[in-house]
Design a protein around this ligand. Sequence first.
Ligand code: BV8
Length: 254
Amino acid sequence: MDPAVPLPAGLVSRLATARHVVALTGAGVSAESGVPTFRDAQTGLWARFRPEELATPEAFEADPAMIWSWYEWRRELMAAAAPNPGHRALAEFETLLPEFTLITQNIDGLHAQAGSRRVIEFHGNLFVNRCLAGCDGPVDVPRPCPEPPRCPRCGAWLRPGVVWFGEAIPIEALQTAKAATDRCEVFLTIGTSALVQPAAGLALRAHDCGAMVAEINIAPTGLNGVAQYRLAAPSGELLPQLLDAVRRRRESRS
Ligand code: BV8
């Protein structure tokens, strides 16, 4: 199949010789799995809300049942989705390259389902629930669960194990992501609008540490000044082609 877009020789050869590569993914990587992106217009009864209004501790505190229902709707959408060729290509990069760190903003668990083992879930995971009052450890919740459940230990509400706006990124995820970003030779930013901080700042951090930054996105983002290469194609088409080109280049060197 012809490449979705021409693959820059400079990017392919750099990836073929790199010891450590980082990939940051956003909702665009799951779009071809049928999961609406974070800023796609919401549908149905959620159409009149912006996600940023709902994904906050204040919104949950004000109306736990409504916010739980929003996440329950998204959980069912994500549970029905399967990894696409883009997820699978990223899992294969992990075995092909000496060191490959995947940082995802997505909460759908599709990278792990595709076989990625080293995944930093920067914004948490929608299939993990925990006690709002801070009891230790995740709490299993049967699916579907239309009503907001209570913590079996203390009776407080359970909440989705995701990072809401205004909440800190879990310290281990943040530190591991920053350390990988500081030492990588190539930083791929894939399927993200690069609007949410501190995730969006990682590409600039990599650039300032001397890494080659390449962006894969169907639309332009604010990263244009940082990315040396911009590949305007769907990640589900482009990533398998990039993987194949890098694999062939590595084999021709050995
Ligand atoms: C925090 C989980 C502080 C919940 C999410 C500066 C510094 C620090 C913070 C801030 C700052 N400025 C503003 C802030 C506050 C805020 C923020 O960034 N606000 C934004 C709106 C301006 N940040 C925070 O609150 C963060 N916390 O800073 O805490 C702190 C510190 C110490 C102590 C206390 C507090 C927490 C942010 C995390 C929020 N949680 N998700 C949930 O999902 O409900 S963020 C949410 O946005 C999702 O995780 C999503 O992944 C993420 C980013 O969106 P994208 O993934 O990029 O998705 P989007 O739809 O936007 O774009 C999709 C892209 O894909 C598009 O570009 C499209 O063109 C492309 N695409 C589509 N199809 C394809 C494709 N590309 C390729 N192929 C395709 N097929």
